[in-house]
Each structure stands twice: as C-alpha cells, then as structure tokens.
Design a protein around this ligand. Structure first.
Ligand code: S3P
Length: 167
C-alpha cells in the first residue's frame, strides 16, 4: 500500500461518506477530511456555484488537484466527492491506496436524497437521474475499490463497522 490515508471512501452522493468518515476517524483515533470541503475552502464558493459558474469540466479539474493534495497530505480517513471517479487521472491517483466503495441501490438513493437542489446533478427527475448515474458510475467505483460495503438499510454506525471489518 502507498503511504497516505488509512482509508479512502468513494461512492455516490448521499451515501453517507462524510458521516461514516467521521465515525471511522473517531474509532481509529485519527482525523477525517473531505475533498468537497477542501474545494469549498480553497475556492471560497459552494460546489453548486462552481458547477453553475464554470461548468462540470472545470469542477473535475479542481477536484483532481484536491484529491491529489489530500492523498499526499492526509494520513487519516478521506472521503471523496461522488463524481471524482469519473476522471481517469483521478482514478489513477487512487492506485495503491486502500479504497472502500460505499454502495446503495437506486431506491435507497432516491429516498435518501429526494429533491435536494444543493446537489446540482439531481435537480430534475431524480429517479431517472439516479438510475443513469449509477449505471454510468458503478463500474468505476468498483474499479478503484479494494472493498465494497453496501449501505442499504444500514445505519452509519453499522456501515462504519463493516468498513473496519473490511480493512
Ligand atoms: C458530485 C458529488 C458531490 C459533489 C458534487 C458532484 C457528483 O459530492 O462533489 O456535487 O458528481 O456525484 P458528495 O458525493 O460528497 O455529495
């Protein structure tokens, strides 16, 4: 394993990466970090604003740099944005790291996130968007992950325990 975070969490938005990262950090006695937070702090604007003002390709480039910096400069638990795996270079950065994919089914995703306008990719027709999004991304999450932890019907505490069991 490459030096860096103890574990990197990937998976779709709303799956609970940040909540689970905080629980894991508590149990492992380390810090957690979230690349979405890094981007907001660095850019001084929300993720939604970056999407609207500059478009998704610019956001993915910013995200790639944020992921690279976090992988190199953080040794605790790291949560990545749900779409970070779309970028080939970002996926390559994950090689050699311990990456856990938190998965969920479409029904669970629709139920958990609903019509959340803060998530720019899901503003219209959430069920269809979710189905398409999962179809496009599932194999990419699987590609970068060394373990998969399903979250459907599980509490964040149960998911955190399953991640610890998978390490
Ligand atoms: C995105 C997921 C979000 C955020 C942005 C785009 C995506 O992160 O990076 O809204 O493309 O799935 P979370 O997974 O932390 O919500």
């Amino acid at each position: 394993m490459t030096a860096g975070p103890l574990v990197v969490l990937v998976g779709p938005m709303g799956v609970g990466k940040t909540t689970v990262a905080a629980l894991l950090a508590e149990r492992l006695g380390c810090a957690y970090r979230d690349t979405d937070d890094d981007i907001v702090a660095e850019q001084g604007r929300t993720i939604a604003d970056i999407f609207v003002d500059d478009g998704e390709p610019v956001f993915r480039a910013v995200e790639k740099s944020a992921v690279g910096r976090a992988l190199a400069g953080h040794d605790g638990v790291l949560a990545l944005g749900g779409g970070s795996i779309l970028d080939e270079d970002t996926r390559a950065l994950l090689t050699g790291h311990r990456v856990v994919y938190l998965s969920m089914e479409v029904d669970e995703a629709v139920q958990r996130t609903g019509l959340n306008v803060a998530r720019p990719l899901l503003a219209v027709n959430p069920r269809r968007q979710w189905r398409d999004l999962m179809e496009a991304r599932r194999h990419l999450y699987t590609e970068v992950a060394s373990a998969v932890v399903p979250t459907d019907g599980r509490t964040p505490e149960e998911v955190a325990q399953a991640v610890l069991d998978a390490l």
